[in-house]
Design a protein around this ligand. Sequence first.
Ligand SMILES: Cc1ncc(COP(=O)(O)O)c(C=O)c1O
Length: 404
Amino acid sequence: MLDIAKIRADFPILSRQVNGKPLVYLDNGASAQKPQVVIDAITRGYASEYANVHRGLHTLSTISTERYEAARSTIARFLNAASDQHIVFTSGTTEALNLVSYAWARPRLQAGDEIILSIMEHHANIVPWHFLRAQGVVIKWVDVDATGDLDPQAVLDAITPRTRLIAITHMSNVLGTVVDVAAICAGAKAQGVPVLVDGSQAAVHMAVDVQALGCDFYAITGHKLYGPSGSGAIYIAPERQAEMAPFMGGGDMIDTVTRDTVTYNTPPMKFEAGTPGIVQQIGLGAALDYMMAIGMQNIAAHEQELRDYAAQRLAGLNWISVQGQSASKGAIFSMTMNGAHPHDISTILDKRGIAVRAGAHCAMPLMQHLGITASARASFAMYNTKQEVDALISGLELCHDLLG
Ligand SMILES: Cc1ncc(COP(=O)(O)O)c(C=O)c1O
């Protein structure tokens, strides 16, 4: 099991106070805090090892390039990709999903072709597909059931001869539902339909193996993985890479350029134009090394304990509704309280040093499906404790006294 005191000591920000109270950081679904090893990697990157990558033969460029490419290897290991070449660096999940939309889907999909999405998707896994409606592509939606579960068979039943892609979250950022992506991939593969997985939330909380899942695309975002903002990556299966046309043109993605012609670099660099987030990706590598040293199974076990404890304590507050009751649920609790606006809940909790997110969580279609406009979300990470669950509960009791 985890040594939580030691882990907490690794995150300098966790010892600060907010509004005169110890920080209780429960907004990890939006972005996670950074351990000292990540801060050190960034500092070292800029203070003593910085130069551009893939461009120079001088010492600093060589060091920078080695560190940057080592981060790619770390990501490949983290996702169990068969090769570093299957990992394309991006600035986060939003860029990753737009890359697939622009570089894979846009040149290939025709009017009448279909993309299947779940109603739980984050806007980052909706809007890039909406863009394709301009060329006649049809979006088909699959709903969750009353507990917030997504039946893999319902997704597979939505497949028609015109289905070109299933784009699905691995874990809902609102409901916490973990989707049986392996079942969807197996069923889709049997019908020749590629599957893109938005792993923004899931990869933070469980071991991910892209080969075992059998997915075609798997996107992760560094800032939720205890790494820097502006870092991230997407696993792209080699068959899909071969089908992609470059999206952004510029340095690094080319082999030769003449006045009249361009030839391209090999993947993954073919999809990485311009100077990348060098130190950000190095920082992400440090974050993933840190997580793997702790052990994804240990992280998952600790967070499941937190989930069970928080679920049990919240069940005692009969004036709180929790959205999403899936048995697969992670430690994410989106809550509404009769008569209280989520923004007011968040503001009152903040006075107690408790950070939660209030709003639509970039998931408006899901909010419409749930019949609400906003919720207050407490989302847990490996460094959270049961004492922090207790602090949340007493903060919510204060909200009820003041607003309910
Ligand atoms: C499920 C999900 N998908 C996509 C995103 C967007 O990721 P990024 O912040 O890297 O653009 C988020 C972040 O909130 C998310 O929770």
